[in-house]
Ligand binder design. Structure first.
Ligand code: VG1
Ligand code: CO
Length: 564
């Protein structure tokens, strides 16, 4: 094959964010833009002789980018590419394939839950050999390379490779294996969960206990079908929006109450006890049954609490638990009761990997609809959904005289542990200037210690909050001691409530401000307090949070874009 050095110039702004490089498709389509980034990845690892996994969420530009990667990888002496059929692998499936095939890493083509299509977003993310997102020392190296790149290598005169037929092939002297996107993943889940128990529960309770899965036209449709229909024997109608589309059918493939409305409406209308959805690349999940929404912070705490009903944890035990900093402390309470370690890491799944590799972390989650465990090194939407089915099946086996649904599990949990009311307000695509000024002002209040001891009262509820602590969250990785600074501003109050502000690291343009509010209610407060509506339970605290940050003035926004 003919290898050519193509001269190029650096592009600004190729810094990987919370989860890879995410930009508008049009940006990636600029001459040499994608090539520069791919070459910079290969220059940051030992590309020669490496085996890499390639797959994406099926969005617009994935197939073309796989062909680009084939040409650049072959020219750089990569030994083997393992590619999902048609270039498709969900993010968790890719993490599994990297681990199972002992690959050196993987390039994942996804912008996750961001909309797709020619006028929307694309993304490229590098994962390392443990199957997890590259840690900051690697992403920093990639970014440095993008700033000085002057040429990239490419093979010329090769036809596009057929990505649709499975099996071993060759491309310009490099080995290529096209694998089924779903098979290995389903096998993995079968080793983790009690599928016999789930199946017998769903079959015996079929008319009253209905299930609905919504793929939101992202990558998980075929995975959902393989599990729910082919493995668990449910009718094909339990899976909707299951065909992956390059533009996700024009939707926003993010499983929350706003964007997964197709699921929420049907669950309510048809009295469905178990509804679930996943995002564009399959790593997020939402659990939603008739009249019962599970916040992701509660979800991970409940999975941890019931873990011994899941064969994988029954066998291996639960070594430790963890959450990202803005996630509610519901899981901390479970860790305390079980007597296991609990870690608080910065936002982004890459921070869990070291703890898992060191054998100190089994189950973890983020408030952003991310839940997972050490079975792989990414959050895993379909895993979380099957975990819930496994827990519900076990709970019903233990109480055969009543039907236990999501609501009953939640209420039982609150009665034992109390409830961490939690909500996130997102202000999307606000002017960066205003966002930065708001953060600076918060930092000033933190350094001057002016907040501590101050009392803020809500005008509408009359409840008062006294600040006990205010700080900027820094993290030192307990395993490799690497330090990540400025991960968000935190204000804590004497009653245990907390507010956090952060700038998003996944947006494709403009700034996005996230404000997270949490208020804990003890189990002894009684059902009326514990089972309140989230927005009611948090009303006073949200007013106080807006007052402390002067958010409306800085961002010039009255209302958030999305509330989760
Ligand atoms: C967001 C979430 C974060 C998550 C990240 C990637 O990041 O807040 O918890 O890990 O998305 O998820 P940010 O920086 O925008 O707040 V995914 O499903 O987009 O890979
Ligand atoms: Co995602």
């Amino acid at each position: 094959p003919q290898i050519k050095d193509v001269p190029t110039k650096p592009y600004d702004g190729q810094k990987p964010g919370t989860s890879g490089l995410r930009k508008r498709v049009k940006i990636f389509q600029q001459e040499h833009y994608t090539e520069n980034f791919v070459q910079s990845i290969l220059d940051s690892i030992t590309a020669k002789g490496a085996s890499l996994v390639i797959g994406g969420d099926g969005r617009f530009l994935v197939k073309e980018t796989v062909q680009t990667i084939l040409r650049i990888a072959a020219a750089n002496g990569v030994a083997k590419l393992i590619i999902g059929r048609d270039g498709i692998l969900s993010t968790p499936a890719a993490s599994n394939v990297i681990r199972k095939y002992k690959a050196d890493g993987g390039i994942l083509l996804t912008a996750s839950h961001n909309p797709g299509g020619p006028n929307n977003d694309f993304g490229i993310k590098y994962n390392v050999s443990n199957g997890g997102p590259a840690p900051e020392n690697v992403t920093n190296k990639i970014f440095e390379k993008t700033k000085t790149i002057s040429s990239y290598k490419v093979v010329e005169g090769e036809k596009d490779l057929d990505l649709n037929t499975l099996g071993d092939k060759e491309f310009a002297g490099m080995k290529v294996q096209i694998i089924d996107s779903v098979t290995d993943y389903v096998k993995m889940l079968q080793e983790i969960f009690d599928f016999d128990l789930i199946k017998s529960f769903l079959t015996s309770r079929a008319p009253e206990f209905k299930v609905l899965f919504d793929g939101l036209h992202g990558v998980t449709g075929p995975y959902g079908k393989a599990i729910l229909v082919e493995t668990l024997g449910l009718p094909a109608s339990v899976v909707q929006n299951a065909v992956p589309l390059p533009d996700f059918g024009g939707g926003h493939p993010d499983p929350n109450l706003t964007y997964a409305k197709s699921l929420v409406d049907k669950v309510e209308k048809e009295n469905i006890q178990f509804g679930a959805a996943s995002d564009g690349d399959g790593d997020r999940n939402m659990i939603y049954g008739k009249g019962a929404f599970v916040t992701p912070s509660d979800s991970v705490a409940i999975i941890a609490d019931w873990a011994d009903r899941i064969p994988y944890f029954k066998k291996g035990g639960v070594k430790g638990l963890a959450r990202s900093m803005p996630t509610s402390a519901a899981i901390d309470l479970v860790a305390k009761k079980k007597g296991v370690e609990c870690f608080e890491v910065p936002t982004g799944w890459k921070f869990f990997g070291n703890l898992m590799d060191a054998g100190r972390l089994s189950i973890c989650g983020e408030e952003s609809f991310g839940t997972g465990s050490d079975h792989i090194r990414e959050k895993d939407g379909v895993w979380a959904i099957v975990a819930w089915l496994n827990i519900l099946a076990a709970a019903n086996r233990e109480s055969p005289n009543e039907l236990i649904g999501i609501k009953e599990i939640l209420q039982k949990h609150y009665k034992v542990y109390g409830r961490n009311f939690f909500s996130r307000y997102d202000y999307e695509e606000v002017p960066s200037e205003g966002a930065n000024e708001m953060v600076d002002a918060l930092n000033k209040q933190i350094t001057s210690k002016s907040l501590v001891g101050s009392k803020f009262a809500s005008k509408s509820t009359g409840s008062a909050f006294v600040v006990s602590e205010a700080y900027n969250f820094d993290y030192t990785d307990p395993i490799d001691k690497s330090v990540s600074k400025n991960q968000g501003q935190v204000v804590r109050f004497e009653d245990g409530s907390r507010v956090v502000w952060r700038l998003s690291g996944t947006g494709s343009h403009g700034a996005t401000v996230r404000m997270y509010v949490e208020r804990y209610v003890e189990p002894g407060k009684g059902d009326a307090e514990l089972f309140r509506d989230t927005s009611e339970g948090l009303k006073g605290l949200i007013e106080v949070a807006l007052e402390i940050s002067k958010l409306k003035e800085y961002l010039k926004r009255e209302e958030p874009t999305v509330i989760t």
